[in-house]
Design a protein around this ligand. Sequence first.
Ligand code: IMP
Length: 199
Amino acid sequence: MKQLVLATNNKHKVEELKVMLEGLPVEILTLDAFPGLSPVEEDVDTLEGNALKKAREIHRVTKLPALADDSGLEVGYLNGAPGVHTSRFAGENASYEDNWKKLLHDMLGVPARRRNARFRCALAFVAPGTEQIVEGICAGRIVESSRGRNGFGYDPVFQPNGHSVTFAEMSDDLKNSLSHRGHATESMKPILHHYFSRS
Ligand code: IMP
């Protein structure tokens, strides 16, 4: 069977992507299958640039088709921050909780109508003879206090539009059907189907 490497060390992203890619005629490998690889530095100033950098690098070292995600949270009140710096909003080694606590703190007293935010995901696929990049967006708002225990990252403080619960209060299936990563994966699936059914 043909193989596809998920170019991420984030276990939560791996779990979500594996479920969303079920049904593709391909074996999904994770970076655990390649011990000793150095992490790819995310030093480009766009999500698209970082996703492409990760997919290119993992394709180069594994010689296999690679899929990489780079995601960010863009908060209207913060003029689009933290954006590309989402994972280190509260500092270089900040935990998920440190990050969302800082966000709630920075937005203390901000009224409901100014709490809009969106998650954006850039998903890059690199394989011999092809480089493809797609985007997925999920619009919503930053709630006043954290709710829920599912998911990861900013899930306890992000409520997607049209729902009264946060990502962290939803089932995995519901989150995947609405999320930025879910939308990007849906756009990427036909590209992957086409690639793996011809090569
Ligand atoms: P990166 O794509 O690995 O740079 O991750 C950016 C950061 O965005 C992660 O560390 C998470 O904090 C956050 N993030 C990305 N996707 C999600 C999500 O689906 N839910 C909550 N937080 C997320």
